[in-house]
Design a protein around this ligand. Structure first.
Ligand code: PEP
Length: 250
């Protein structure tokens, strides 16, 4: 009942020309299918060119961040309003935004609500640090993030949110969570969503993210509660990203 989403977070990589070339390669490699949704999230400057390069393809487009105000004196920022109509998805609350740019749960929540209000589909990232994991605080962290990041988000709107469970210690480290651990955490997240949203929780997609590669994708993606992946490093190589999509199709 939930269509998995494999989304590539390109982070601060790829010039406009490189983005166009990667999309062309992806279009030739990715199988046309209806059982897995695919999205790429290039840097802002490449979004318009990426949209043109994706014309006629089922691959969706996403942004990596957005400011919740529609416009104004926020030098360097791009608003949800500016992205509406250009992208389908927007990554919100990525751990790099939280850790490197000091984004709080209150700000993340404002972004989620603003994105939903203009028709964008948020990919809300949550996850614990290594220290929190080792201190046995993972569930408490996830519970707090879900509570604070989804304040005033109705059940109807929540159905349009994709949650990405991304343990911070697994991002870009080559050390993915085991499939069993990822399944357990994601089942916990779904149980929290069920408490808040009832049966709607069963239609909310929850991805895993953190060092997903062609080698570990099949095992991770075959877990019952894991609805796809948010992929960083491996999304920069067309062959690797396509292999992860194929693993999701199995
Ligand atoms: C990410 O940044 O969202 C991510 C999952 O990165 P990586 O796949 O490189 O660990």
């Amino acid at each position: 009942m939930r269509t998995p989403l494999i989304a590539g977070n390109w982070k601060m990589n790829k010039t406009i020309g490189e983005a166009q070339a990667l999309i062309e390669e992806l279009r030739s490699l990715l199988p046309a299918n209806e059982s897995v949704e695919i999205a790429v999230c290039p840097p802002y400057v490449a979004l318009t060119a990426a949209k043109a390069a994706l014309a006629g393809s089922s691959i969706k487009l996403g942004a990596q961040n957005a400011h919740p105000e529609p416009k104004g004196a926020f030098t360097g920022e791009v608003s949800v309003t500016m992205l509406a109509g250009l992208v389908d998805y927007v990554i919100i609350g990525h751990s790099e935004r939280r850790q490197l740019f000091g984004e709080s749960d209150v700000f993340v929540n404002a972004k989620v609500r603003a994105a939903l209000a203009v028709g964008l589909n948020p990919i809300l990232c949550i996850g614990e640090t290594l220290a929190e994991n080792e201190a046995g605080q993972t569930e408490a962290v996830l519970e707090r993030q879900l509570r604070d990041d989804l304040v005033n988000v109705s059940a109807e709107s929540a159905a349009r949110v994709t949650i990405a469970y991304e343990p911070i210690w697994a991002i870009g480290t080559g050390r993915a969570a085991t499939a069993a651990d990822a399944q357990q955490r994601i089942a916990f997240i779904r149980a929290q969503l069920r408490q808040k949203y009832g049966a709607v929780a069963d239609s909310i997609r929850i991805q895993y993210g953190g060092s997903v590669t062609p080698a570990n994708a099949e095992e991770i993606l075959s877990q019952p509660d894991i609805d796809g992946a948010l992929v960083g490093g491996a999304s920069l190589k067309a062959a690797d990203f396509a292999a992860i999509v194929r693993a999701a199709l199995k």
